[in-house]
Design a protein around this ligand. Structure first.
Ligand code: URA
Length: 234
């Protein structure tokens, strides 16, 4: 793990009030490459921590969606991604396959990312909800609340340079506002408690229905690209 990323991830975890656990074995019998006793040993292992979080999500029964899902849809991508894409909730195809954005909207999302030079594999993709709402209805506030700590921890572990919120549900819930998405686009936002900029754009499913809006989405994507470029390589 690059030291700069490691430090940023720890700072984010702390800023967000998330406990950073020290592995008992790292304290009792430090391996040659383990963190010094008393120092967090977890930061260098975002992959393992994301896997542990995914197992926690898979066992979640905090809301009634646990009773209707086929499986949870945790997230996919590079644990050290510089760009984190956040959507709304799994649809039928995602519920079946266990991966976010794998249907038609996902194909458009991939193309949108490619337009600014980002391969799907190089970003991290997650949703506000980890379970499909029946009939793809909007997430209910209680469902969002039950799922929110999972997303918060995902964000802290990935420690991205930019968050791309796709669609009204993602943008409003992530930022805790009720502003219409058309007025959120083009505004400067940061994810609470962190300095991570959030770029708001339309959901690819909406763009499939309203292709005339793709030009605006392209403007938003260029904004995300500028922020990524400005953040440098780390
Ligand atoms: N729409 C979303 O918001 N997320 C998905 O994973 C799929 C479709």
């Amino acid at each position: 793990m690059e030291p700069a990323l490691d430090a940023r991830r720890h700072a984010l975890l702390e800023a967000m009030g998330i406990d950073v656990w020290v592995r008992r074995d790292a304290v009792v019998a430090p391996a040659a490459d383990a963190a010094p006793a008393g120092m967090p040993a977890s930061g260098g292992d975002a992959v393992a921590e994301l896997s542990a979080l995914a197992r926690e999500v898979a066992a979640c029964t905090a809301c009634p969606l646990a009773g209707t899902r086929t499986q949870t849809v945790f997230g996919v991508g590079a644990a050290t991604a510089r760009c984190l894409v956040i959507g709304e909730a799994p649809g039928a195809e995602e519920d079946r396959r266990g991966e976010p954005f794998v249907g038609r909207a996902g194909q458009l999302l991939n193309a949108m990312l490619a337009a600014i030079g980002l391969a799907r594999e190089s970003v991290y993709i997650a949703n506000i909800l980890k379970c499909q709402p029946p009939n793809n209805r909007d997430p209910q506030p209680a469902e969002v609340a039950a799922c929110s700590s999972f997303l918060r921890r995902q964000i802290a572990l990935v420690a991205p340079r930019v968050i791309l919120a796709v669609g009204r549900v993602a943008a409003q819930n992530l930022l805790g506002v009720e502003t219409p998405i058309g007025r959120m686009r083009g505004q400067d936002y940061v994810y609470a408690g962190t300095g991570i900029p959030v770029v708001v754009t339309y959901h690819p499913a909406y763009l499939l229905r309203s292709p005339g809006e793709k030009r605006k989405a392209w403007t938003d994507l260029q904004r995300a690209k500028r922020l990524l470029d400005a953040a440098g390589d780390a």
